[in-house]
Design a protein around this ligand. Structure first.
Ligand code: PA5
Length: 430
């Protein structure tokens, strides 16, 4: 089970305020579960995996099986919540040097999360001699970036494989009844999976949005869902020592005492995209009505050599939330050296994991002494079960935190403004 450590941050706040904030968090959890808060029609993610979605889970596995061995590559098209959960999970579970052809499952690549022509040109070149399939994910079915990527790739696919064969190569994950993507799927006969109406993009990783790409990549979605279900059992509880309550309370207290930036930190390159997923989850859920912590991410120890100076000595406006994870069983120990030219013999026999752990502890102490509160979360290892727990923990914490802040955790009115400008500049018909 995940462990949350808050003691090093609690020393920055008053004990009484801490107890009061936990009471507020409990009341926010109540609001969420009772459905009496803003956006209460968007709480379907609390029930994922829902027994009703069992059929979809089986479909994900069936599609994975169908494409395994027949597709070299699967292109996952999506942006924001329709992409970051799967990207985060695949980065976490994959071998660091996995590339096409090294696993039985297809190589997963992503598209539709930018408008870069270079990227698309490279992708089209890469797919030229590959047998490939497409998973296109868009709840609204009208988002510009994925819609454009899909149009380009669909065109290429039909030209290369013909209209009939193309049908078995495309799955659309979208709304059950509305949107352009749903209409296209119906007209052209693509396979479809549904994003439930009451699940928003950034809370959708445990629906077909995340599960299908993860299953197609060959990872264990049952374990992912099992971890999430266990987390739900442990965390939907009205207790002051519930980690969700402790975390939501503390990050709100940090905000109130002027620590307006939450830095999500990892010590494993495989968790880089966890930071990206977290950034979206918290920023889109909380950043509204001129309120909200600004979430950002750092990769340690790499960023200690770039941003470390600022964290230690710059403006005192941030606190850190680190996600720590044990390594796999494979040890990499430091060898001894006869001439010890690099002076590292004092580390002989230690594993890199031992040294990484010392780095975590050393950095923590340094940043605390520099006035940067530190929260950290430990998971046993980076695998499907633990990531399932982590996804649920952060989703629940985020919704509770947003209610404490007094905003709707489930809408994103601010993202429409730039979209209107892009459409105007592109001359989109009204
Ligand atoms: O979390 C959200 O709601 C957003 O980030 C959406 O996921 C993102 O804008 C993509 O939207 P859609 O799935 O409709 O293409």
């Amino acid at each position: 089970m995940l462990q949350l450590y808050t003691e090093l941050a609690e020393q920055f706040v008053d004990e009484k305020e801490c107890v009061a904030a936990k009471e507020e968090a409990l009341s926010a959890l109540h609001t969420l579960l009772e459905g009496t808060g803003r956006g209460s029609n968007m709480r379907g993610w609390l029930n994922l995996p829902n027994p009703l979605e069992r059929k979809e889970i089986e479909q994900c596995k069936m599609i994975a099986q169908m494409w395994n061995g027949t597709m070299d590559v699967v292109v996952v098209i999506g942006i924001g919540g329709s992409y970051l959960g799967a990207k985060c999970a695949l980065e976490a579970f994959s071998h660091s040097f996995a590339s096409a052809g090294e696993r039985n499952s297809p190589h997963i690549v992503f598209a539709g999360y930018s408008l870069s022509e270079d990227y698309m040109a490279d992708l089209l070149g890469y797919l030229k001699k590959k047998s490939y399939a497409i998973i296109v994910i868009s709840k609204s079915g009208t988002t510009l970036e994925p819609a454009l990527a899909f149009r380009i790739l669909y065109n290429e696919m039909v030209a290369r494989f013909g209209i009939e064969d193309t049908r078995r190569r495309i799955v659309a994950v979208t709304d059950a009844s509305k949107g352009a993507l749903k209409s296209m799927a119906d007209r052209y006969g693509f396979m479809t999976l549904t994003i439930p109406d009451d699940v928003g993009g950034r809370y959708s990783v445990l629906s077909a949005v995340g599960l299908l790409p993860i299953a197609v990549a060959g990872f264990d979605i049952e374990a992912l869902l099992g971890g999430a279900a266990q987390a739900k059992e442990q965390m939907v509880k009205f207790e002051q020592d519930n980690p969700v309550i402790r975390y939501a309370a503390l990050r709100n207290l940090m905000y109130r005492c002027g620590k307006k930036i939450e830095v999500f930190i990892n010590y494993h390159p495989k968790l880089k995209y966890l930071g990206e997923w977290l950034k979206q989850l918290f920023a889109e859920s909380e950043g509204k009505e001129h309120k909200g912590l600004f979430p950002t991410t750092l990769d340690f120890t790499a960023d200690l050599h770039s941003v470390g100076q600022y964290i230690q000595d710059g403006e005192r406006i941030m606190f850190e939330t680190a996600v720590l994870a044990g390594s796999k069983e494979v040890e990499v120990a430091i060898p001894s050296s006869i001439d010890n030219m690099d002076g590292l013999n004092y580390l002989t026999g230690k594993t890199l994991e031992d040294i990484n752990r010392c780095a975590e502890a050393g950095v923590r102490q340094a940043h605390i002494s520099g006035g940067v509160p530190n929260i950290y979360i430990e998971m046993e290892r980076i695998d499907e079960w633990n990531m399932g727990q982590l996804f649920f923990f952060f989703e629940l914490s985020c919704a509770v935190s947003a209610y404490m802040l007094g905003v709707n955790p489930f809408d994103q009115p601010g993202v429409e403004v730039y979209k209107r400008n892009i459409y105007r500049l592109l001359g989109k018909p009204q």
